[in-house]
Design a protein around this ligand. Structure first.
Ligand code: XMP
Ligand code: MG
Length: 189
């Protein structure tokens, strides 16, 4: 059954205004910590495209922040079904520039079981960056399978499968300006 988009959203979990405020707060913290430094914001495709773009611009508008902000992206994929990621993560697209000697901030949409971020930290940490940290818009701390440091967290997300602002369900809903919970029947459709 294909439902019209508007009826498939059960509730808005974080509004566009909530997201903007969370990103501004993260940017202020990051700006302080990286003041005067050159930083690479490394967005994880595809979910983190919006948060990476908005965080980059928020950072750029803070006086006294990083002296230079470079953007790069990489893509990972985890095996498993659509609403629960499995343990296996693999790199499907690498960065366009070397990160050796750079201050790298990995930007993710959401951290759930922690395996994706752990994989990325191990992979990137092995490439001799000057420093490595992670900024994640949404933290779902309930189902961690591994402990992994997250230096900057935007908001704590309820233990629900959420979509929007980059997050998808089967490649849909990414372009919503807010984060929402889907109606249960969407998963059964
Ligand atoms: P792990 O579990 O490895 O997960 O920390 C990170 C990746 O899992 C996906 N994920 C979600 N995707 N809504 C989504 O659209 C969610 O609620 C959700 N929870 C986890 C996502 O790909 C993320 O990068
Ligand atoms: Mg993702």
């Amino acid at each position: 059954m294909t439902l019209p988009l508007v009826t498939t959203i059960e509730s808005v979990v974080f509004s566009a205004a909530d997201i903007a405020l969370a990103i501004q707060r993260m940017a202020e913290e990051i700006a302080r910590d990286y003041a005067g430094r050159e930083i690479v914001l490394l967005g994880v495709l595809k979910g983190a495209v919006f948060v990476t773009a908005d965080l980059a611009r928020a950072l750029d508008s803070i006086p006294g922040g990083p002296s230079r902000i470079e953007l790069d992206f990489l893509g990972v994929s985890s095996y498993g079904n659509a609403s629960r990621s499995s343990g296996e993560v693999r790199l499907v697209q690498d960065t366009s520039h070397s990160i050796e000697g750079k201050h790298v901030l990995v930007v993710e949409d959401i951290v759930d079981n922690g395996l994706t971020l752990r994989y990325l930290r191990m992979l990137l940490g092995g490439r001799a960056p000057a420093s490595l940290a992670a900024a994640v818009l949404l933290d779902k701390p309930y189902n961690r399978r591994v402990e992994v440091p997250v230096e900057y967290v935007g908001m704590v997300c309820p233990d629900e499968f959420v979509v929007g602002y980059g997050l998808d369900y089967q490649e849909r809903y990414r372009t919503l300006p807010y984060v929402a919970k889907l109606r249960a029947e969407v998963f059964d459709a």
